[in-house]
Design a protein around this ligand. Sequence first.
Ligand code: C5P
Length: 403
Amino acid sequence: MPALTNKRILLGITGGIAAYKCAELSRLLLKAGAEVRVVMTRAAREFVTPLTMQALTGNRVHLDLLDSEAEAAMGHIELARWADLVLVAPASADFLARCAQGRADDLLATLLLATSAPVALAPAMNQGMWSDPGTQRNLTDIRNRGVLVFGPAEGDQACGDVGPGRMLEPAELLASCAELFAGEPLVGRHLLITGGPTREAIDPVRFLSNHSSGKMAYALAAEAAAAGARVTLVSGPVALPTPDRVNRIDVTSAREMREAVMGQIADADAFIGVAAVADYRPAGIARGKIKKDDASMTIELLRNPDIISEVAELAERPLVVGFAAETGDVAAHGREKRKRKNLDLLFANHATETFNSDEVATTAISADGEIEIPRARKEAVARKMLELIAARLPDKAGQEPAP
Ligand code: C5P
């Protein structure tokens, strides 16, 4: 099955009998992991109903450019920005002509002008209309603008003719879409990320914890999902919204975090331990609030599980990536920690410069050596980190080679 994990596909449907195949096409795109939003021209609605496409995709179908209610929900510019790919299938002869002219007289034509995502058209029309010099000239203009053209195929046509002009089958269109993203190394990979602090209860109102805003883990999760990875984020308590397309599992204590990680690890391609896990927890949790009658008190602490070390010891382990927030000789501590915990890659940074900050500088430490990532916003650093992680992912057995 070709992978389109987390890719946002804007499916434009124009008026042609092949429009009936869009129900199957959208189903295949969804099954391949894509998010699908549908835009239909007026003529397309004569062949399939918006309700059918809404029911299949789970999203409201976009119909009109000048609909204030629809624009208030997701305007045409927002929709154009949302897409990772605009696929028009079927693309009628009339739509090719409008596209060639760069018109903006309905929502779909306007989106083609507004988007910076790749645009692909899957023509479908009678063989005579396809071969007509007008259509062929339009195609040349469209191709010259960098628009991709998938198909058409030759064969029997709905009108009884035989020849070129049949829309490619949904499975062929799916393969062509997947091929566009096949070079992206994180597409279809499962990244399991921990983030934020853990809290270890002392009594019903008090806990032990670490400094951690969760910003680094959340930036990694967001950037990985945008790059096509399936992302599971096991998060301690933080005040951050869940990034789009990320599956977030909330936990509180280190032991809960361990359980959640072990429940997800089996099909993870990489484990990225960003969480500031509390190393110790109180031996027991007082039932009631402890009274502060005494001048001092003693809390017995037990070691928490070292989640990342457990993952690294698994017989079938994913790529294991750790973080170390250190003081003093950061790189030296990082080197020692990477070896001791048997990690493939470790990012070491200055604890005090990193906490709660939107920026970070870090050193990537592996068995091959060290790479400095200069101070920048955590999102930009996350993209660099993911490049290093992607380059170390082993080839996936069973992964579809690019067609
Ligand atoms: O030993 P230290 O806590 O500095 O190690 C940091 C790395 O180990 C981080 O990647 C962190 O998420 C992970 N870790 C863990 N479980 C623990 C402690 C740390 O997964 N109990």
